[in-house]
Design a protein around this ligand. Sequence first.
Ligand SMILES: Nc1ncnc2c1ncn2[C@@H]1O[C@H](COP(=O)(O)OP(=O)(O)O)[C@@H](O)[C@H]1O
Ligand SMILES: [Mg+2]
Length: 304
Amino acid sequence: MQTPTDKEARTDVQTDARKDSDKDLRKAGTFDRHRDGHDNRSATVIVLSNHKGGVTKTTSTANLGAMLAEAGQRTLIVDCDPQANLSEAFGWTEEIPGERLEDLLARPEASTRFQPAAALRPDVGVNVEWRERLRIIPCTDALADVAADLPHLGGAGHELRLRQVIDAQRPHFDIVLLDTPPGLGTLSGMAMLAADQLLIPALAADLDVRGAGKLYDLVEAEVPGLRIIGVLIAASERRWRVTRDAAARMDADDMRVLPVHVPRAVRVASAPRYRAPTAVLEPDSMISHAYRQLAAHILEEIAR
Ligand SMILES: Nc1ncnc2c1ncn2[C@@H]1O[C@H](COP(=O)(O)OP(=O)(O)O)[C@@H](O)[C@H]1O
Ligand SMILES: [Mg+2]
């Protein structure tokens, strides 16, 4: 019988530990991130995450992605949430043929050949100048099953499968945005391991202040390679007292609150019906303006 090398033995221990608590980001975070594999990258990978749902992760991924493309960036948005809200927001329903994130995760070797399609469907935003610059890797609800099966199919290192898929795209893009499910489960953990930077969308509410604080602590302790860009306060008005209070409390807790507030606009909720984000439907609206500002801010940060 072969004796396992030290490295293999260590990996076994880590794998066993993860089996005990597969849904725990802390375990994934302790895994070796193999940072040196990133030397040839061009894209910066940003994960939008918050363990809460309904905090504008998906809306922000779609609109920020659009505005980065408008600003000249080759941008890839990736739907890592089996609810597939990002995919649906661009009209990528299940019937449309083509590979999805779950297919690439199941066969990461195929991801080197995979060329993501334009995010806007061919009949949507036909005159949008940047349409070819914004690409998407959509998913369907089958992503949930593939993610659940990965520990068995993927074996040791399965947490890095998403990272392999994303790394294969890095040479072709300037920025990659990862939209994540609510909660800090397997897919969110894998997305954090695949990313360079974290953007935390949050609402201006007391629970969100506390939630963002917890996420800060968790990332700083367990995923130290992941740089936190800061908290994006969205769907709230600067003139609201609750917004000012939330921003002040986050500031006091040493969280970075981004100098961009995305205002609340009821029409944002109906955008998916038109298979395009507000940034496309109403490029001159306050929402689009806010995301345009956010795109500029993020580009400045990356250039630093
Ligand atoms: N700026 C905004 N103003 C009003 N409603 C918004 C705004 N941004 C997002 N929403 C709505 O809030 C809900 C949650 O947003 P979503 O992006 O799906 O959050 P998450 O991905 O974090 O669950 C959706 O119905 C969305 O349309
Ligand atoms: Mg979402």
